[in-house]
Structures are given as structure tokens and as C-alpha cells.
Design a protein around this ligand. Structure first.
Ligand code: ADP
Ligand code: ZN
Length: 294
């Protein structure tokens, strides 16, 4: 079966064609400009690919409530040209096929849970620490949406007593994204993350904040495994620091086999940066099954 996948990001749109086994046979990347410029290019790519369904993993916030008049739309994004844009509806109308729609990070969580390192687990999480921070949650075998969709990047954190940096989030002074995403690292230390590789204090503070968020996710959601992706996690020494700090902050309160093997509990993505686009394939497949099979 031929399926389309779109990973819609703030800087680029990745379009791919694949199948129900998560195999990708074609892919292109198109810069994200305004909807008027970009969307016709995306539609003309998919229109000639003979796909039976499309899945979209999209930057957000987005409306995922199927009973809402604005289902499938991007809502309050700071990327103003895309505010209130009817993403799912536009593709459905143009291509006349089922269109699955979810957040980009939920797509990555679904990709790993279907074909990657969280496959077979009923409860898992995928967290990306990049330009922003996002968290996708698989709960009882399904992507968790709830009222809107989780916004785990904006989890409020206790500031490190020695950290005088204000945080970059315009909404919250002390949320995970504002204190620990790539732009926060750059604003706090005056250099990009990859230029700070040998500054241990940078990564100790980074691990302190990421671990604090993970401890909160663990307490509330009890995931069986946590995947940490995104550009900032390319710092190889960061992951071991996060694992150590999670153990320290949990302070022995929770004892499980998973936590005894923390190097298998908090892990990097396993799909060579294809988790997002493969997750979008699965979103398309699921929507196809919902519409055609019920
Ligand atoms: P996006 O979040 O835009 O999809 P990425 O996940 O690649 O993209 O994240 C980009 C962010 O990650 C930037 O802020 C960048 O500075 C940071 N970053 C990328 N590579 C590294 C690295 N090796 N070490 C630390 N930070 C990095
Ligand atoms: Zn915030």
C-alpha cells in the first residue's frame, strides 16, 4: 500500500512516500515559507504519487478535537502566516484521501512505538530537545491527546539556585523549553550548543533541567521507556548526565526493574532520524483504516 507522509516543521517540510511497513521509497524537503507559497508545492508532490492516505505530523499547537469546527487547523502558532491554517482540511480537499493529523512530536512517539525502540510497550514517551521542546506520550497503546494535546515542553521547573538566566519562553519564565531548548542554551552562554561541548557546567545544568522534567513525567505518567531526541541530545555526554541526575532526583522513591537498567530506560531514538516521517506514515495508515474499515 502506498502512503504519503508529511513532517511539517517551522523551517522545512519533509514529504515522503512509503508503505504500511514503515519503508520509505521517496523523500523531498521543501523550505517552510507562507502557506500560499509552500502548500501548492506539497500538494503537487503528493498528487502524482498514487498514495491511498496521507499522515501529517505538524508543528503546533494544533486542533485535534474531531468534534471541533477547527479540527485539523494550526491554532496559536508564533509562525503568524500559519495561524489558523486548515492543514488537514486543505490536503484532504486537494487529494481526496484520508488524512491523519497529529503533532510532530506525537508523530515521532508513534514512529518509535510502531517500528522503533518503544515497540511493544503500552506506555512510552518521546521528548525532543531542539529549537523547542516537545513531548509525545503513548498511554495504554494510544497517542494521548486529552483536551488538546500535551504541551510537555512547557512544564514549569524549579530554577537551579545558581542559574540567573531568565528563560526564553515568552509565556513562562521557568519552563523546560525556556530554560533548556537550544535557543535558551545559546542565550544563556552566548554560544551555540555545539560550540560549548567542552564546558561541563553547561551540560550539568542542562541535565539538571531535563532530568527534573523526566522525573515529573515519570511520576505522573509512569512511562515504561523514555526516548530523548532533538538536536541538543547530539551532545553525546548529555545522556549519561541526564540518567544520573534522574536517579539522583528520584532519590530512591521509585524502585522498578526499568529504573535498575536506566541505560535501557532513558534512550536515544532508534530510527536514524526517520522517527517523525515514519510516524507520519503510521498516522496515514491509521486514518485509512478508520475511514475505510471503521
Ligand atoms: P528543530 O527542533 O528545529 O526541529 P533540531 O532538533 O535539530 O531542530 O534542534 C535544533 C537546535 O539544537 C538548535 O538550537 C541547535 O543549536 C541545537 N543543536 C543542534 N546540534 C547540536 C549539538 N551537536 N549540540 C548541542 N546543540 C545542538
Ligand atoms: Zn513556556
Amino acid at each position: 500500500m502506498r502512503l504519503g507522509a508529511l513532517e511539517a516543521g517551522g523551517t522545512k517540510m519533509v514529504c515522503a512516500v512509503g508503505n504500511e511497513h514503515g519503508e520509505i521509497v521517496d523523500r523531498i524537503s521543501i523550505p517552510t515559507e507562507t502557506p500560499e507559497i509552500t502548500v501548492p508545492k506539497l500538494i503537487s508532490y503528493f498528487a502524482e504519487k498514487e498514495i491511498e492516505a496521507l499522515g501529517i505530523g505538524c508543528f503546533g499547537p494544533i486542533d485535534l478535537n474531531r468534534n471541533s469546527k477547527t479540527y485539523g487547523c494550526i491554532t496559536t502558532t508564533p509562525k503568524l502566516a500559519w495561524k489558523n491554517y486548515n492543514m488537514a482540511g486543505t490536503f484532504k480537499e486537494a487529494l481526496h484521501i484520508p488524512v491523519g493529523f497529529d503533532t510532530d512530536v506525537n508523530g515521532s512517539a508513534l514512529g518509535e512505538a510502531t517500528w522503533g525502540i518503544t515497540k511493544g510497550l503500552e506506555n512510552s514517551m518521546y521528548i525532543t530537545v531542539g529549537t523547542g521542546v516537545g513531548a509525545g506520550i503513548i498511554a495504554n497503546g494510544k497517542v494521548l491527546h486529552g483536551m488538546l494535546h500535551p504541551e510537555g515542553g512547557h512544564l514549569l521547573l524549579a530554577k537551579h539556585p545558581k542559574d540567573t538566566f531568565e528563560g526564553t519562553c515568552p509565556y513562562h519564565k521557568n519552563c523546560l523549553e525556556g530554560l533548556a531548548a537550544g535557543p535558551a542554551i545559546e542565550a544563556r552562554w552566548g554560544k551555540k550548543g555545539f560550540e560549548l561541548a567542552d564546558r561541563s557546567e553547561v551540560w550539568e545544568l542542562e541535565a539538571y533541567y531535563i532530568a527534573q522534567a523526566l522525573v515529573d513525567y515519570i511520576m505522573v505518567l509512569s512511562p515504561q521507556r523514555i526516548v530523548l531526541g532533538g538536536g541538543v541530545m547530539h551532545q553525546e555526554h548529555l545522556l549519561p548526565l541526564v540518567r544520573e541526575e534522574v536517579k539522583r532526583q528520584l532519590a530512591g522513591y521509585i524502585e522498578t526493574t526499568e529504573l535498575d537498567h536506566i541505560e535501557q530506560y532513558i534512550v536515544l531514538p532508534s530510527l536514524n532520524d526517520n522517527q517523525g516521517i515514519m510516524g507520519a506514515l503510521k498516522l496515514g495508515l491509521d486514518e485509512y483504516q478508520l475511514e475505510k474499515i471503521g
